[in-house]
Design a protein around this ligand. Sequence first.
Ligand SMILES: Nc1ncnc2c1ncn2[C@@H]1O[C@H](COP(=O)(O)OP(=O)(O)OP(=O)(O)O)[C@@H](O)[C@H]1O
Ligand SMILES: [Mg+2]
Length: 384
Amino acid sequence: MVQQRSKLNPLADLVDMAIYVYHQFSDVPLDMKVQQVLDGTHLVNHFDQAPKVIESRPTESGVQLIWSLPPGLDTKDFDSRRLAIEQQTGTIVKIELGKNGAVVVMTLYRAKFPKEIPFNFNLKDYPDMMAPLPIGKDPAGKLIVVDLAEVYHILCGGATGYGKTSELFVFVVSLLLAGCKVSAIDKKAIDFPLLEDYINVAQDEESALKILKSHLKEKEIRAAQLREAKVQKIQKLKGKMRYQVLIMDEATGIENEESHGIIKTLVREARAGGIGLIITTQKPSANTWKGFTDVRSNLSGRICYYCNGDANDSQVILGKGNSRGAELPAIAGRCVWKWQTEEVLQSMFLDAEKAIQILEANNVPKRGASKSEITEQRKNRIPT
Ligand SMILES: Nc1ncnc2c1ncn2[C@@H]1O[C@H](COP(=O)(O)OP(=O)(O)OP(=O)(O)O)[C@@H](O)[C@H]1O
Ligand SMILES: [Mg+2]
């Protein structure tokens, strides 16, 4: 294409070269570069009105730009230019709607992620969360922590060997430190059995079904307790009811149809009673098991690790039209976190050995501990 054009107009090559040199070597401020991308991709509404920068706030790792939002445009219009902005500016970009609407907040991070971030989580910083989950650090080094009691259920996907199980270990430790009850289904039976002193682990179809049935029963017991207390959400019973989490590592490997049915019911009905599901899989496509697409649509939080540059896989994990997972570099722990906003994070790395060390150092009660031991631990839950 370029060759063809240069034959017709050699001047065009010179212009391209001049633009390239200008971008590479001139000290154009980030906001101007972004403006050029938006102008170049003709981001305007039907009245030909373009967004304008109304505030530019320098940050330690880049800049935050506040854009006016002309009528008819929305954050998706900015999202569709995000990759171009990232490539033109050499930054990582987060785009979100301003708190009061009508503006778009665009954060550009110049900083690079460290290669490996060790587990470091202080529960005391999140006193209001029932089930805190540290998803990962943003490029500025800020740890993003969400409450599973607010997110409800999470789907985590991505190619083999890029950090799904490590992330689950981070979650297990954080949840146990916070006094939640955690169980896991791990049909591969390699990783989670190592944590069996602390959590109930199913390694085969039969015990997976057993765990799922016990969660179904627990859901019904909890629904009755909520009715009795005349409240709709477990948050209202904070301190009285323990948050419970069921983790399924490579959930597509669960074969039993009865289990599939229970998973479907749990993702539909269990959240109010304080039961959250976290499901990982390499490929969460429709042809895994019947009904899996229904399950997937009820998993509101999404974590997408590197997916071999496959835009289709990224869309299955992050939603229709979202190829961001395919744009990730092939780096273990690098992921896209999508819930109320969307951002690129580096998750903390944790293996079973270190997880056990942390649990031991914090006197987290082992399985089968007495009620008084659990109460004592919850009173003194200060992670080291
Ligand atoms: N957050 C991280 N930071 C740095 N390295 C990581 C991180 N998570 C995982 N790794 C590296 O990647 C390897 C594989 O991670 P993990 O077992 O979590 O992958 P996975 O996605 O669960 O793979 P599979 O789908 O095969 O189960 C780890 O042994 C570790 O070397
Ligand atoms: Mg794994």
